[in-house]
Design a protein around this ligand. Structure first.
Ligand code: ADP
Ligand code: MG
Length: 184
């Protein structure tokens, strides 16, 4: 099987695993993951953090973003063609529904120079114990992360963490992975 086919098969496998969980359960697991994130030194030391607003089924971040954006600078991605651009989050009023139905900062939001970003929180369909990441298949985060030098934390439910996932040369590795069960 070609690598891209193996990736696609794994995306399907994870999608069917997700269906076994109720939304409320995933919300609880998300809270545990966010607590672990708060315990990490990388998070505690960071004052400017690139985050994301979750799609259904992804690790839920909304409560966490509301809790923290007044204490740390939180950046959120906006889809611009094939790329993600990061804008400063300034409260719910400054959000609008963007591509894929995700809440995005509006056009008049502020940006932050790349070198001021201390940490990037990365969603994923699957991760593995070598810190590799599998996304939804469009390479958005591979492209974004190739422009950033800040440490990267991948967050996922423990059923998304595999021994080994297929990777290609352009796939970006994480510095840390956090699930509700472990930080590795
Ligand atoms: P995902 O990371 O979302 O799971 P893939 O790793 O399968 O998706 O990548 C999807 C596509 O994105 C690939 O076909 C690849 O050509 C493209 N891509 C990945 N990284 C880059 C990059 N740094 N520059 C340009 N294209 C890239
Ligand atoms: Mg990739």
């Amino acid at each position: 099987m070609k690598l891209c086919e193996a990736k696609q098969a794994l995306r399907k496998e994870i999608a069917s695993l997700k269906k076994l969980y109720k939304e409320a359960t995933l919300q609880e697991l998300s809270s545990k993951i966010m607590s672990r994130l708060e315990e990490s030194i990388l998070f505690q030391k960071a004052s400017c953090i690139a985050f994301y607003h979750a799609l259904p089924g992804e690790v839920q971040t909304a409560h966490f973003i509301e809790k923290w954006y007044k204490h740390k600078r939180i950046l959120l991605p906006v889809v611009k063609g094939n790329d993600l651009q990061l804008f400063l989050y300034a409260g719910q009023k400054s959000l609008k529904i963007g591509a894929f139905g995700i809440w995005e900062p509006s056009e008049d939001s502020l940006t932050v120079p790349e070198e001021e970003i201390d940490l990037v929180i990365v969603p994923g369909v699957a991760f593995d114990k070598q810190h590799n990441r599998l996304g939804r298949g469009k390479g958005f985060y591979d492209r974004l992360l190739s422009t950033l030098s800040a440490p990267k934390i991948g967050i996922c439910y423990s059923f998304q963490l595999k021994e080994h996932i297929p990777t290609e040369p352009f796939d970006k590795k994480m510095d840390l992975i956090i699930t509700e069960k472990e930080t590795l």
